[in-house]
Design a protein around this ligand. Structure first.
Ligand code: ZN
Length: 433
């Protein structure tokens, strides 16, 4: 097994030549095969030939999440469906998911990048990886899985949930690497403690955590409680899935972006102006090797900054700092993306529910909880308690069915939720991040 690790320490000049060549090939392909891009180029009087330098990329308009939604489900694919071997999806702003596809070569590229990520995060082929990311439409589980196999490590596809059984597996199998969301990692440590298992006696060396925002404070806590070195991994399904960027375990200071596959930019989310290194703004990605679902200047809505300083690990790839937030009000609850507007559409489908609601996010026992407070009409509220509870259960079920996230629903009397003079306060986030 030979990974393209050489790319990671390549002199910038050589790397940039490869990036430009790959970019131009990608632009040619999307122009030829994706009507959305062809139209955008034509409208802006740009031809693929106009892109002759990395600087020229700035001339191309951005791609937004709404563009993916408008072309739902497969309209952004650049290859015939015959060539697509895998489909993943994530929740979108209207309840319609964002759909992404992969060719066989894309799956191989992804596995390769995940293997490189795991290696950067401290894993070797001699390691056993306890993969507690969810398997399914979500890219986390399968992304890590294929990368672990590519690396030659042993992977335990334990997925999320069934925490006590996970503790038994961790104890009996002796995995050395843990992959999970940071909050689930903490929950694992808690359940382990409950059943009398100490992480001191387990064999974990490294933990690779992502898919939700977490802080340095959280890292310290995880490292202490789980007795391992914790690194941050970044990715999103629209760009590939996990493995777009990862911290090296040597520095643990910013995530190296795999620039031989992805071009990052930071823009001012209001004006779209490209910002210099070090300035904080919205992260934008262009993929330069993907076949089925290439994206050009895709606005991630994640807020961060780029750091071009050399790193002690020897990698020349640029680093992005920890994602500090989103340009919109998206919530990430246990790894699931939830927009208040999605909850709103579920609520507004119910009879007798008023358009006054509030989402309260908290972290209990290290797991994120979502409580939805919603006002109901006077009549329903003065009805029997049993009816109210039925209604609460029904709304919770709809939220779970549509958005894939568990929520506690609490119906409240009219006028209980504070009215705002300006922008409504839809979210109260009590999590300490
Ligand atoms: Zn490094």
């Amino acid at each position: 097994m030979i990974l393209d690790i050489g790319f990671e320490t390549m002199p910038r000049e050589d790397l940039e030549a490869i990036i430009l060549r790959r970019l131009k090939a990608t632009i040619d392909r999307v122009y030829a095969n994706v009507p959305f891009y062809r139209k955008k180029f034509d409208e802006n009087h740009i031809t693929p030939n106009d892109i002759q330098s990395l600087e020229d990329l700035k001339r191309i308009p951005f791609t937004k999440k709404e563009d993916l939604r408008d072309n739902y489900p497969f309209g952004m694919f650049a290859v015939p469906m015959d060539n697509v071997v895998r489909i993943h999806a994530s929740s979108g702003t209207t309840g319609k998911p964002t759909v992404v596809g992969y060719t066989a070569r894309d799956i191989n590229t992804w596995a390769e990048l995940m293997a490189r990520s795991l290696a950067a995060g401290g894993a070797t082929r001699g390691d056993m990886i306890h993969n507690a990311y969810g398997y399914g439409l979500f890219t986390g589980g399968l992304g890590i899985h294929y990368g672990a196999e590519k690396l030659g490590a042993s992977v335990i596809p334990v997925s999320g949930g069934n925490t006590k059984r996970q503790v038994v597996i961790m104890t009996d199998f002796g995995p050395t690497i843990l992959t999970a969301t940071p909050s689930y990692a903490l929950h694992l440590s808690e359940v382990a403690e409950e059943v009398g298992v100490s992480f001191e006696n387990l064999k974990f060396k490294f933990g690779i955590f992502g898919a939700e925002p977490w802080s340095e404070k959280m890292r310290e806590e995880i490292e202490r409680k789980l007795n391992l070195t914790a690194v941050d991994i970044y990715g999103l399904s629209e760009v590939m899935g996990p493995g777009v960027a990862i911290e090296c375990h040597e520095a643990k200071k910013g995530l190296h972006i795999f620039e031989d596959h992805f071009i990052p930019e930071i823009i001012d989310p209001q004006t779209g102006e490209v910002l210099p290194y070090g300035e904080t703004g919205e992260l934008v990605f262009t993929t330069i090797t993907k076949e089925a679902f290439p994206v050009i200047r895709y606005r991630t809505r994640d807020i961060t900054s780029l750091n071009p300083e050399p790193c002690i690990c020897g990698r020349t790839h640029i680093r992005m700092n920890r994602v500090s937030g989103r340009t919109d009000d998206m919530l990430i609850i246990r790894g699931v993306n939830v927009f208040p507007s999605q909850i709103e559409s579920v609520l507004m489908e119910m009879d007798e529910v008023e358009p006054y609601y509030q989402l309260v996010v908290d972290r209990k026992d290290n797991l994120d909880t979502l409580t939805v407070l919603v006002e109901v009409g006077e009549r329903l509220f003065s009805d029997e308690v049993r009816h109210l509870q039925d209604r609460e259960r029904k709304i919770a079920k709809n939220i779970k069915d549509y958005l894939g996230v568990s929520a506690k629903v609490k119906l409240v009397e009219p006028k209980v939720i504070a009215r705002s003079q300006g922008k409504a306060v839809r979210v109260i986030d009590n999590r300490e991040i």
